[in-house]
Design a protein around this ligand. Structure first.
Ligand code: FMN
Length: 181
């Protein structure tokens, strides 16, 4: 059994990135358990503050996680602040960064034609800086998300579905599992 943690970089109820999370969850190997981290409840990182309960819970979750799965929208050509803030918290776990060495993947959906290309490049750069064990391929960029994704988690794009299956298998193998067929 592997435990995967999802970071969804949108706080919007009808988020396409959360819908993409549902699709990936359905596609991923069956013996994976999932938790979505409540990154919207984390305050802005401030080293002067005594770490609040939300941060301590987030650290526990991230330490425990076998893998990290990030779903990022694109905001003004980069990642939303809520994801960066969560990663900054993760890097300041008193026991040590929970990102370093963590098998991780990045996916994203946007309504534009570039499908989170710029935000994924930035997020991959940040995760690489943090020494995450990034599974880079295949890349999953969902453009025109309003056409391809249903809010309840249906993706009308067979190629993207296939790429997501491959990415999930690659991540599962990176953690150390074998897919049983
Ligand atoms: C502040 C802001 C900035 C945005 N900037 C971009 C952008 O640079 N590129 C892009 O493709 N879409 C941009 N968008 C559109 C988002 O990709 C679109 O709203 C997407 O649906 C957000 O993801 P979500 O559905 O998961 O909330 C922006 C949206 C917001 C709110």
């Amino acid at each position: 059994m592997q435990e995967w943690v999802a970071l969804v970089g949108s706080l919007r109820e009808a988020s396409y990135n959360r819908a993409l999370f549902q699709v990936f969850r359905d596609i991923a190997p069956h013996d994976v358990t999932w938790t979505e981290a409540s990154i919207g409840s984390l305050p802005f990182y401030n080293p002067d503050l005594e770490p609040p309960k939300q941060a301590r819970q987030f650290w526990d979750l991230m330490r425990r996680a076998d893998a990290l799965v990030c779903f990022t929208p694109e905001y003004n050509g980069s990642i939303p602040a809520v994801i960066k803030n969560a990663l900054d918290w993760a890097s300041r776990d008193p026991i040590g960064s929970s990102i370093a060495g963590k098998p991780s993947v990045v996916l994203g959906a946007s309504q534009g034609l570039f499908g989170t290309l710029r935000s994924q490049l930035h997020l991959r750069q940040i995760l690489t800086f943090m020494d995450a064990d990034l599974v880079q391929k295949p890349e999953v960029l969902i453009s025109e998300a309003h056409v391809k994704l249903e809010p309840r988690g249906q993706l009308n794009d067979l190629v993207a579905q296939r790429l997501m299956t491959m990415l999930a298998e690659n991540l599962y193998a990176r953690v150390g599992g074998r897919i049983s067929v």
